[in-house]
Write a new protein. Structure first.
Lengths: 102, 168
C-alpha cells in the first residue's frame, strides 16, 4: 500500500484555499465573506504543518501559531466593525455598504 | 496516513468547505466552518502537530467561532435567498477559482515536488510537543511572541472602541 505524499496535502490545501477565495467573490453577506477568509487562512495553515512534517523542521508549526493569533485579533476587530456598520446601515450586504465611497 | 483515510478526511473537508460558501443561512455557514476547522485539526494530529491541533480546536473552533455565532445571533440574520452575488460576478468567481486551482495543480503535480519521503519517515518523540514548541517560541521567536501581546492588546481596545461608538 502506498503512503500519502506531500503532494496530496498541497493539493488539498489548494482546493480549500480556492473554495475560500471563490466564497469571498461570490457571497454578498459580509460575515460569510469573513468566514471564507478564515477558510483560506486554514488552508494555508494545513500546508504549513504538512511541509513542517515533510522537512522535519518545526518552524512551520510556529508560523501556524502566529497565524492563529492574528486570525483571533482580526476576527475580534472585524466583527466589531461589522456590528458597528450594521447599527448604522441595517444591512450586511456587501453591495450596499459604501460608507467609504465618496 | 493511509490514502483511504486521507481521501475520506479530504472529502469531508471539501464538502464542509463548500457548505460554508454555498449555504444560504449564515448560521449554517458557521456550523460548516466549525466542522472544517475540526477536521483540519484531525489532519494536524496525523502530521504530528499535537499542540497545534489542540490549539486549533480550542482557539479556532472554540473561541473564534463562538464569536462568529454570537455576532450572527446578535444581528438576528435570517435566511437570505439572494445570498450569492449576481450572475456575472458568480461566473467570474467560478472562472477565477478554476484558473487558480489549475495553476496550483500545475505546480504541485510535478514529478519533483513530492520527491522527498520526509512526511512518512519517523520523527523524534519531541516533534510537535508542547515542550519543543515552547522552547522555540521563547528563544528564537521571542520577539515575535512578545509583539503578539501588543497585537492582541490593540485588537481588544480596537474592538471595544469600534463596537461602542456610532459611525456617523
Amino acid at each position: 500500500m502506498t503512503a500519502v505524499s506531500i503532494n496530496w496535502y498541497l493539493i488539498l490545501g489548494a482546493i480549500l484555499f480556492t473554495i475560500g477565495a471563490v466564497g469571498v467573490i461570490v457571497r454578498r453577506n459580509v460575515i460569510v465573506i469573513f468566514m471564507s477568509i478564515e477558510l483560506m487562512l486554514n488552508a494555508v495553515n494545513l500546508v504549513f504543518v504538512a511541509l513542517s512534517r515533510q522537512l522535519h523542521i518545526m518552524d512551520g508549526q510556529i508560523v501556524v501559531f502566529f497565524v492563529m493569533t492574528v486570525a483571533a485579533a482580526e476576527a475580534a476587530v472585524g466583527l466589531a466593525i461589522i456590528i458597528s456598520v450594521f447599527r448604522n446601515r441595517e444591512t450586511l450586504n456587501a453591495d450596499e455598504l459604501n460608507l467609504l465611497r465618496w | 496516513m493511509s490514502p483511504l483515510l486521507f481521501c475520506i478526511l479530504g472529502a469531508v473537508l471539501i464538502a464542509s468547505a463548500f457548505g460554508v460558501v454555498l449555504s444560504t443561512s449564515p448560521i449554517r455557514s458557521a456550523l460548516s466552518l466549525i466542522v472544517t476547522l475540526f477536521f483540519i485539526a484531525v489532519e494536524f494530529l496525523f502530521l504530528d502537530a499535537q499542540l497545534v491541533a489542540a490549539l486549533q480546536i480550542v482557539v479556532y473552533a472554540g473561541a473564534i467561532m463562538v464569536l462568529f455565532l454570537f455576532v450572527i445571533m446578535l444581528l438576528n440574520l435570517q435566511d437570505d435567498p439572494q445570498a450569492l452575488a449576481k450572475l456575472p460576478l458568480r461566473a467570474a468567481g467560478g472562472c477565477l477559482g478554476g484558473l487558480f486551482l489549475l495553476a496550483a495543480l500545475h505546480f504541485f503535480v510535478k514529478p519533483g515536488v513530492g520527491a522527498g519521503t520526509g512526511i512518512n519517515t519517523a520523527v523524534p518523540d519531541t516533534f510537535g510537543s508542547t515542550e519543543t514548541l515552547g522552547e522555540m517560541l521563547f528563544t528564537h521567536y521571542l520577539f515575535a511572541f512578545e509583539i503578539t501581546s501588543v497585537l492582541l492588546l490593540v485588537a481588544i481596545i480596537g474592538a471595544v472602541v469600534l463596537a461602542k461608538k456610532n459611525l456617523t
